[in-house]
Structure formats: structure tokens, C-alpha cells
Design a protein around this ligand. Sequence first.
Ligand code: NAG
Ligand code: NAG
Ligand code: ZN
Length: 498
Amino acid sequence: MTRRWTITSLLLLLIYVCSRSANAQTQIPEQTNTIDLEAALPEPRAYIPDSQYLDFVYHNHEELTRFLRATSARYPNLTALYSIGKSIQGRELWVLVVSSSPYEHMLGKPDVKYVGNIHGNEPVGRELLLHLIQYLVSSYETDQYVKWLLDNTRIHIMPSMNPDGYAVSKEGTCDGGQGRYNARGFDLNRNFPDYFKQNNKRGQPETDAVKDWISKIQFVLSGSLHGGALVASYPYDNTPNARRLKGICRSSALCAMFQTYSAAPSLTPDDDVFKHLSLVYAKNHAKMSRGVACKSATPAFENGITNGAAWYPLTGGMQDYQYVWYGCMEVTLEISCCKYPPAYELRKYWEDNQLSMIKFLAEAHRGVQGFVFDNNNNPIERASLKIKGRDVGFQTTKHGEFWRILLPGYYKLEVFAEGFAPREIEFVVVEQHPTLLNVTLTPSKRTEGSLPISQLYRPVPGPPPHLYRPPTPGYSGDSGLFSSITSGLNNLYSNLFG
Ligand SMILES: *[C@@H]1O[C@H](CO)[C@@H](O)[C@H](O)[C@H]1NC(C)=O
Ligand SMILES: *[C@@H]1O[C@H](CO)[C@@H](O)[C@H](O)[C@H]1NC(C)=O
Ligand SMILES: [Zn+2]
């Protein structure tokens, strides 16, 4: 697997270098703006809970379903309810879209999402997402910020990705694993294809449903809500270096423990963006950014954020998959020290998180966005894009759209599509509004013997839509006593903390 990718990436690099020297073009396009400025809006107002519609109590699957159905019936112009599939025990995996265009994608505007309760025994996020729905629909008419957000974003909210696990969880249980897994005992946040290592876990219906979902909708930004810690944890969750200490450490359990505690960060090329997104959540939270440890034996996180692998590496997590395969920036939001706190604490959790949950989603409107067209103004689907120097690629939608969250600065966008000459375009990102960038590609003059790009850039699903592979991870496989001890400890560790 690794070797195949290395060869492929060398080939890609070669073709890229050749095509660049022949076709490099640079242009600073005119930038205009039609999007309202988020910065000019007043802060969103606090939510006034209305127990007539939604109380601060835990809702079982039937009650959750009833709330979602009633809300979509009450707000037909702002919500649409759909299911992406069923859990093993047949519970619907509900998603409610909240937007001023709930049934249709808004051309050029981002789709974003929250996923709650992937670990069934971590249901605070599940309940907060119901309150987020209630907050958004009831504030649209009265709150300028919420109106701006819903007019410019489609927010897909999945309160529970693991309803079967939730059904066997126990209120008041702060630690432990009962209900964490799906009905077949799989940890859904270890069940996705992994960028760094072969993941041999059998794909579960809940995971497959999510994979299918995100292959159909280009999500720009996502939050996955967990409990058991208080921190925003960003990719990568896995690392190429998990066996780094093997030579030094031999195979003692103590060493494995040491390695787990001293896990090295595994940073993405968009580390600045991921840190920023995590900080937006932490700083708008009532206390996350203080970085106080949940318990004396658990880590304290500076500013309330951490790189996932630096905390503890894991294989098969959801956030790495979304980012590497689909260019969706997802952050894991650990929002309660106690995994399943008593219901009377839910109101407090809502108060602590409400501003974070909204401000985080608004970050989808930062960076660059636009369309890729051909000479006749037809959109080009699945053009491969990359921000120069950031070697994780992304692709255009069927409407030719793309989005990429970036901090203010000067960048180059590299655009490739089969049958067209590649282009490189310079652009500037500012703080106040997204940069709108339309790219027109001209057909390439085919030369004898050149490979069509499609043979190299395999469409999703499949290997990640990379243009280049980042430096090859220095490992070969994941077997042996040491790694099984490590992964055993990681499991223990994540049961305790994540
Ligand atoms: C939904 O929008 C339509 C058209 O704008 C309007 O006539 C209708 O009253 C709205 N319905 C609700 C429940 O707000
Ligand atoms: C880019 O293309 C879109 C879709 O055709 C169009 O609505 C928009 O005005 C264009 N933007 C710029 C800056 O040319
Ligand atoms: Zn969790």
C-alpha cells in the first residue's frame, strides 16, 4: 500500500513538474464580494429555552425522533429532516438541515455539519444539538447573526450517530465503556479508513452510512461532539511515528505507557487553520480555553486545544478521514468531563457551549471559495485543487464549486482537471470576508503518450483525492507485541478520557 502510493506520488510529481514548466500561469484575479460581512453583525443573542418544545432532559430515540419531526413540521421553511440510514438495531440515523434553503444546496454557499453521540455513552452533544436546532429555528426572525448564518449556510445536524449505544448507556456514568460501541461492539470512531495505517476493522452500518453521506455532500466544516474531557482536538489523530520508540524501548509495558504519555504531535499542512478553528470553539466556550484538567490524573490542555495524536494516537478516526478524503475540516469537540452527566446539568452545558457552537460554524465563511469553469462557462466537476505548500488536496463539486478555510495571507491555488491545462492562481485572503475566486481552465493540447489525469487521480470513494502524498510515513505495518500493548493502552486511555 505504502509503496504503491510512493510510486504514484513520484509519478504525479513528475507529471506536475513537467506540466508546470509548460503551462504555469499566474494571475491575480479581481475580487468582489457579495457576502454579508459577519464581522459587521452583532453577536448572537442568548437562547431562551422554551420547555414547551424542548426541556433540558435526555431524550430517548423515540422522543428525539418526535422532536425532530415536530420541528420540521413547525418550521418547513427552515428545516428538512432526512435519515442517512439505520443503525444495526434499525434506528434511523437522523439528520436535520437548518437553513433558509433546507431542501436545496445554495449554489456557492457552504454546507457544514455537527455529528453527536458517535460514542453512545457520550450524549451531552446529542442533547445540545437538539437545543441548537431549537435555538436556530426560533432565532431566525429575531437575531441578525442567526439570520445571516442560515441565509448563507446549510447546517446539517445529526444528534446521534450511535443510537444503539445510547440505548444501553446509563445516566450518571462518567467513565467506562458501556454504550460506547455500536450494537456489534465496534468503536465507530475507530471504524473509518485510515490515512496512516491499514484499518482492518469491518465497516459498520453506521460508519458506512456516514461515508456515503459525506461522499454526496461536500461539507466544508464539521464538529464531532464527544464527552469525557474538555478540549477541542484537531487532526491528525493518527501518526506515522507510533513505533518511533520501539528500538529504544524494547517491549516493556512501562515504555508503552511512556510513549502514550509522550505521544508526538501529528500535524496536518493546515495546522494553522485547525488550531484556529479549535481556538474559536475553546475561546467562545465558558471555560474550555482555561485548559484546566478534568481530574488530577488527566492532562491539562493549553488554551483548551490539542492535536489529536499528541493527546493519544488512534487509527480509524472520523476526523482524519473527512479531511484527507474529502477536504472537510472536522474538529473533535470534547465538551464534558463526565461522559453521561445527570440531566439537571444539561442547562449548564448548553450555556457553556452555545456561543461556541454557533461561532465555530461561521468559520466556514473564512478563506477562499469559488468555481472552476471551462471556456464555455460550464462547471468542471472533480477538478483537483490544492493550496500550494499544503499537500492535502480537495475537489470541486458537480457545480464546479470549491471552498477552503484559510487564515489571512497570500496563497497560490493549483488547479488540475482532465483534458485541461493546469493552472496556478495567486490570491489573497483577508480577515473580513471570504475571497471569491473563479477559475477558467482551457483545454490542454494533447500530446502523444501523455497520461490522462483521471488515471492518476482516482475519484472518491477510493484512495484520498490527493495530488501529492505528504512525506511517506516511516513505518511498515502495525503488528507485534509493542504496538498491541500500545493500542491496548490507547483503548484504555480513550475509554477513560475520550
Ligand atoms: C414559508 O414560506 C412561504 C413563501 O415565502 C410563505 O408563504 C409561508 O407562509 C412560509 N411558511 C411558514 C410556516 O413560515
Ligand atoms: C463566479 O461565478 C459565479 C457562478 O457563475 C457567479 O455567481 C459569481 O458572480 C462569479 N464571481 C466572480 C467574482 O466573478
Ligand atoms: Zn468519545
